[in-house]
Design a binder for this molecule. Sequence first.
Ligand code: AGP
Length: 622
Amino acid sequence: MCGIVGYVGQRPASPSSRPVDVALQGLARLEYRGYDSAGVAVLDGSEVRVAKAKGKLKNLRGVLEGQDVPTSAVAIGHTRWATHGAPTDENAHPHLGGKDDELALVHNGIIENFAALRASLEADGYTFRSETDSEAAAHLVAREMQRTGDLTLALRAAAVQLEGAFTLLAIHRDQPDRVVAARRNSPLVVGLGEGENYLGSDVAAFVDNTREALEIGQDQVVTVTADDVAVTDFEGTEVTEKKQYTIAWDVAAAQKGGYDSFMAKEIHEQATAVADTLRGRIESGALHLDEMSIDESVLRSIDKIIVVACGTAANAGNVAKYAIEHWCRIPTEVELAHEFRYRDPIVTEKTLVVAISQSGETMDTLMAMRHAQEQGAKVVAICNTYGSTIPREADAALYLHVGPEIAVASTKAYLGQITACYLLGLYLAQVRGNLFPDEIAALMEDLEQLPAHVQTVLDGAGAVEELAQSMKDTTSVLFLGRHVGYPTALEGALKLKEIAYIHAEGFAAGELKHGPIALVDEGQPVFVIVPSPRGRDSLHSKVVSNIQEVRARGARTLVIAEEGDEDVLPYSDVVLRVPATRTLFAPLLTVIPLQIFSCALAAAKGLDVDQPRNLAKSVTVE
Ligand code: AGP
C-alpha cells in the first residue's frame, strides 16, 4: 500500500545513473505496492522539482521523457494506492510543502488528524492543492522547518503531532544533501551503499544496488546523507543498537526470469518454496525451530490457539486449524484479523495467537496481534518479509524464506505459510508430547516428499492452461471442498476474483444443499477438490456424492483428485490429478491447479495478472 523510495549520493554523471533514475528503478520494484499514481522529486539549486502522473509508473516515465531533470544529490519517489482523494495528478505524491514550495514529501499510511492539521495550516497561510491527508504532513514539516531550521528536527516535531500510520520522506532546498524520514506503523528500511544510501518501503527498492540493509524501528527518525545514516527516536535520543542485515536474495528473485508475469514465475517456484520453508528445521526426524523464542513451559500451558490473518493468509490459517487440532488437540480458531478485536475475543495468558502475514505489514493483522498481546497472549508470527513490523513485534517469528513475492496475488507465500503452520503444529505436538517421536518423524518424512509432489503438479500445468484458455468467457465459477479442501476452495475462488475479475465463490461442499446449490444451472463450472480415497471416514465418498449432486443439476464438473482415484471418473467432465499424500498435506498440492487456472485465465482475458485493479500487495491501512 504505497511504495516509497529515497536516494542520496553522487554517481558519475551518466544519463541513466542520476538520482532520479535510481528512484525510478526503486519505484519499478515497488510498483506492486500500489499503482494509482507515481511521482518523484529532486532539488534543482534553490528549487524543488516534482514530476508526477496518475496511473502506472510508465505514465510518469512518459512525463519525464525528454525533460532535463537536474542531477541533485537527492531524490524521493512514491507509487500510490489511493486512500484520501481520487487517483489524480494533483493527489499524486510527492507533495510540495511550505509557502514557497521549499520542501517535497512522500507518505505511506493514513494521517487520521489531517482535517484539524489542515485547518490550522490553512489559517497560517499554507495553500493546499490536493485532497490528500499527506499534504497536511508536507506543510506541517515545512512549518516546523521554518521554526527549527533543521529538517531532522522538523520531522521529529511533526511526527509527534501526527495521529495514525505514516512513513514520511522529505527533502528540503536548504539542506540539499539529505533525505530525512520518520516512521510509525508503516514500513521503512535503509539500504547501505558506498558513498550513497537508499530508503525504501521494503528492500526490493534498492536490491539492484546493495544487499546491506538497516531496519528502522517504530517511532524513529532517520537522517540519510551520502556517507552517514543517523537514527533517533521521536524525542531525539540516538538509537545506538541498529539492526543491520544482508538481504538473503538477489535481484534475480525480483525479476520475471522469462515468465510472462511474476505470478506465473512465483507459481513455478513453489517446489523450491516448500523446500526452503522446511530447510534446516528438521534433524533426525525431530523439529528444531531456533526462532521459537517462547519458553517451552509457556507452550505447554496454552489451552487455545487463535490464528489471525487476512485473505490468502487466513486461508492458510484455516488449513492450519485442521492440522493443529488433529496433532496437538488444542482448540484452534481462525479469525479474520479485521474482525478480531471488535468481537471482544476471549484471550488469556494461556492463548497462543498465530499471526500469519506474507508482508508482515498488514495493518489489520498487526492491530489484532497487538490487541491479543495487551490481553497477555503470546504471539507467533508466520511471515515472509524479514524485519517487517509483525515479526518484529511478535514474541517469536517463523520466517517462510520463500524469497520476495511480487505479484499481488499470493501463491508461493501461501504454500510457505501452510508449510510453516505444519512445522508449528508438529513442533507444538513435540513439545507438549501429543505425538510420539516416531509419529513426528514419519510425518516429517512425508512432508519432505512434498516439494517433489509440488513439482509433479507444476509439470502438468499445460493441461490446466488449456482448460483456462477454453473458459476465458466464463462469468461465474464455483469451488467446493470439505475438510482441508474447504480452505482450498476459498483460495481458488479468491484467486479467480482478484486477478480475473470473475464472480467466484468457494463453499464447504456440505453447505451447498443449504442454499447455494440454487446457483447451479446448465453448464455452471464447478471445481471440486476431492480428498484422498485412502483417508479415514467417509470424507471421500461424501465429496463424490457432492459432485453427483451438482452434475445432476447440469454443472460442468472440474475435479481435482488424487492419482488413481477411479471413483470420480463417472461424474467428472475434467479431472486434474495430484500425487497421493496424507489428507492434511494435500492443500499444498490441490491449490496449484487453481492458481494456474486463474493466472492463465486472467492472461487469456488480456488482464494485468500481477497488478489487478483496485488492489495493492501490502495493505497497511485498516
Ligand atoms: C492474496 O492473493 C491477496 N492479495 C491478499 O488476500 C493477501 O493475502 C492479504 O492481503 C494478506 O496479506 P499479508 O499476507 O501480507 O498479510
